[in-house]
Design a protein around this ligand. Structure first.
Ligand SMILES: [Zn+2]
Ligand SMILES: [Zn+2]
Length: 148
């Protein structure tokens, strides 16, 4: 896939529609408790792009809420689908939920982050690197596909 590729996405009900222009910066599975609870999911797969590569067709349909001292999460105001995450730690980037895209992006998920915060019942055997610790991004286990 070439850079400049555009992939469309939306929330569940279609009220929020957007286009993301590649290339992406990274793609990770996040196991942190905030992602798990705000999405009602075992973990959330995000990819990140420079903010100017996200074009919202329907900006008024978004509801944006602070979720921590540095982060804000956006969801559809009608159906509640979680859509985007922004952090003051990475001011010119936006994280997009991969599940809301209508087609493939330019990369596959690369690693698990906040893996030591994962739900106790989550089992992962994909061999991707597992990162965790205070930042969620420190190596904590070899990427040998083992579970514990
Ligand atoms: Zn919606
Ligand atoms: Zn998270």
């Amino acid at each position: 896939m070439s850079s400049g590729q555009q992939v469309r996405g939306s929330c569940f009900c279609g009220e929020v529609r957007f286009t993301v222009t590649m290339p992406s910066l990274f793609c990770v599975h996040c196991h942190c408790s905030m992602c798990r609870r705000t999405h009602g999911a075992a973990f959330v797969t995000w990819f990140s792009v420079p903010s100017d590569q996200l074009a919202l067709e329907t900006p008024d349909a978004l509801v944006r809420r602070a979720s921590s001292d540095h982060g804000a999460r956006s969801a559809c105001g009608r159906c509640g689908t979680p859509l985007f995450f922004e952090s003051t730690h990475r001011p010119d980037q936006v994280d997009v939920v991969l599940s809301n895209m209508h087609g493939p992006i330019d990369r596959e998920p690369q690693m698990h982050v906040f893996f030591d915060d994962r739900a106790a019942w989550t089992r992962v055997a994909d061999g991707l690197p597992r990162l965790g610790g205070a930042t969620g991004l420190e190596p904590i286990e070899p990427a040998d596909g083992s579970t514990r």
